[in-house]
Structure formats: structure tokens, C-alpha cells
Design a protein around this ligand. Structure first.
Ligand code: OAD
Length: 268
């Protein structure tokens, strides 16, 4: 039974589980990037708390008129909304923190098999994580809506006279890779995440309120299979009640401590 008031004990329990697992899957959310200077979505300083939740019909509008969507985007790039511009600057300036780096180290140590992230900020990749599913996409990438090919944004030439940009492989319409409200999760990301939830023998959630689906479903699939769930978050989440181990605190402090505790176990 988890005791979130006893951090040292919960760290030991988490390290025991990590040292003994064979396939640990991790779901991360905005909280792991907070110490890189990127705001979360919910809570007192959250982006949605400040700006309101975006309209749910963003994807529908894109599909109805991709050219119009691209024209609006180029116009916004030229004359950005100050709050969104601030978020964009924070994303661009952000660097991986100790939490991202420790998670990548756990992968190298063989105790993290796959990371599913809801974050669009690229920081897991920059921090060294290799086995990664970006279930909500990546704002610095582009994606073909037909064949699902993905490219770093810099590789796509956006010609304002010939919108929308087209896929070099199949001529499909190209969109920013970030998953919009109302947009289905790309099938490769959904299938990989489901497979990971069905294969794992340990699941960790880090820095997510676990309120957004389908992402929040994956740890629940694992728990229904009898897999223990470790939660790392300064505050309770929607899945606290089903967590076997609860580490209360910032990921940037707790994940490096976990690395050390697992290393001690691997050394004996
Ligand atoms: P939320 O803003 O809902 O949750 C952030 C979580 O991070 C909260 O549980 C915080 O307590 C926790 N947190 C804060 N600081 C932390 C720290 N230093 N270390 C660890 N945890 C910390 O963000 P998400 O759950 O990621 O989707 O939100 C899910 C989705 O909702 C996002 O991907 C986004 C949004 O709508 C899209 O834009 C498609």
C-alpha cells in the first residue's frame, strides 16, 4: 500500500520494482518539463487556466480548409498573439532538465523500455530518450495527413503562394505534427502505446494529471492486467487511487534519486 507521506520508503519501493522489472513503460505529461521553464496546462499557472481551453473544432477547421488554415497560421506567425508567442518562445528556449536526463539514463540502464509522452516540446528526444512515442505529436515537426510521414519543421518548405504544403512522398496535405483538439491520435502512436500497455510488467506516470484520453487509458490497461503503477507528481492525480507507489515531488529531483537507488541495486 502506497504511503505518499514517506518519500524515502516510497523511493526504496520504486527502486525495488524498477530493479526487478523486465518491461517498464512510462507515460509523461507537462509536469516533467516544468523545471525546463514550460508551463503545465492545468493548475494555478496552467496554460489553459490562463488562456482558456482551445476551441474543440481546430482539427475540423483544418480538414475543411487546409489552405485557409495555413494562411491563418502564416498570418499569426507574422503577427502573433502575445500569450501564444510567449509559450512558443518558452518552448524554443527550453532545454532538457535533470528529470528528462535521468529518464534517459534509466533507459540506458535497462529499466525503462519505452516512454509515451503527451508533451510536444521535443525535450525527451533532446534529453537522450530513444524509445519514444509522442502521442500528441511534436510542435517542431510536420506530418503528412495521408501517409503519416513526419519531418523536422526545418525540412519542409512552406510556399505562401502554394498552400497547403504537400508530402514529397505521396502528395498528401502536410500539417504541423502537434495533435489538435478534435484530431484523432495518429494510428502508429495509438497502436504502439496500446501494445506497450499490454506488454509491460511495470508502469510509471510522471507529471500528468491523467485526465486526457486516450493517454490516461494506457496505465489503466496495465493496472487491470495486475501491473504495479508508480506515480511521480507533486500533487495527487486522477490515477493516485490505483498507484502502488507514490512519489510526491518534482520529477527533476526524484528521478535522479531513483537512478542512484537503482544503480546501487544493480551493483550488488
Ligand atoms: P496537466 O497540466 O494536466 O498536468 C501537469 C501535472 O504535472 C500535474 O499533475 C502537476 O501536479 C504536475 N507537476 C507540476 N510540476 C511538476 C514537476 N516539477 N514534476 C513533476 N510533475 C509536476 O498536463 P498533462 O497531464 O500533460 O494536450 O496534460 C495532458 C494534455 O492536456 C496535454 O498533452 C495537452 C492538454 O490538453 C494537447 O494539447 C493535445
Amino acid at each position: 500500500m502506497a504511503d505518499p507521506t514517506n518519500l524515502d520508503l516510497e523511493l526504496e519501493r520504486a527502486a525495488d520494482l524498477l530493479a526487478g522489472c523486465t518491461h517498464n513503460v512510462v507515460l509523461t505529461g507537462a509536469g516533467i518539463s516544468k523545471e525546463s521553464g514550460i508551463p503545465t496546462f492545468r493548475g494555478p499557472d496552467g496554460l489553459w487556466t490562463k488562456l482558456g481551453v482551445p476551441a474543440m473544432d481546430g482539427y475540423q477547421k483544418f480538414m475543411e480548409n487546409p489552405r485557409g488554415w495555413w494562411e491563418d497560421r502564416l498570418a499569426q506567425d507574422a503577427n502573433p498573439d502575445p500569450d501564444m508567442e510567449n509559450f512558443r518562445v518558452q518552448l524554443e528556449a527550453a532545454e532538457p532538465n535533470d528529470g528528462h536526463r535521468a529518464l534517459a539514463e534509466l533507459e540506458r540502464m535497462g529499466v525503462v523500455s519505452h516512454v509515451i509522452t503527451q508533451n510536444v516540446d521535443d525535450l525527451h528526444r533532446q534529453g537522450g530518450t530513444e524509445s519514444l512515442t509522442e502521442i500528441h505529436g511534436n510542435t517542431s515537426w510536420m506530418r503528412c495527413m495521408a501517409c503519416h510521414a513526419r519531418w523536422p519543421e526545418a525540412e519542409i518548405i512552406v510556399d505562401p503562394e502554394d498552400l497547403p504544403p504537400r508530402c514529397s512522398q505521396c502528395n498528401g496535405v502536410v500539417k504541423s505534427d502537434g495533435v489538435m483538439f478534435g484530431e484523432p491520435i495518429p494510428p502508429y502512436a495509438l497502436q504502439r502505446s496500446q501494445l506497450e500497455a499490454l506488454q509491460c510488467d511495470l508502469f510509471m506516470i510522471i507529471g500528468t494529471t491523467a485526465q486526457v484520453y486516450p493517454a490516461a487509458e494506457f496505465p489503466q490497461i496495465a493496472v487491470r492486467r495486475g501491473v504495479p503503477l508508480i506515480e511521480i507528481d507533486p500533487d495527487p492525480t486522477a490515477l493516485t487511487a490505483i498507484a502502488a507507489v507514490i512519489l510526491r515531488g518534482p520529477a527533476g529531483e526524484l528521478l535522479p534519486r531513483l537512478v542512484e537507488a537503482v544503480r546501487e541495486r544493480q551493483a550488488v
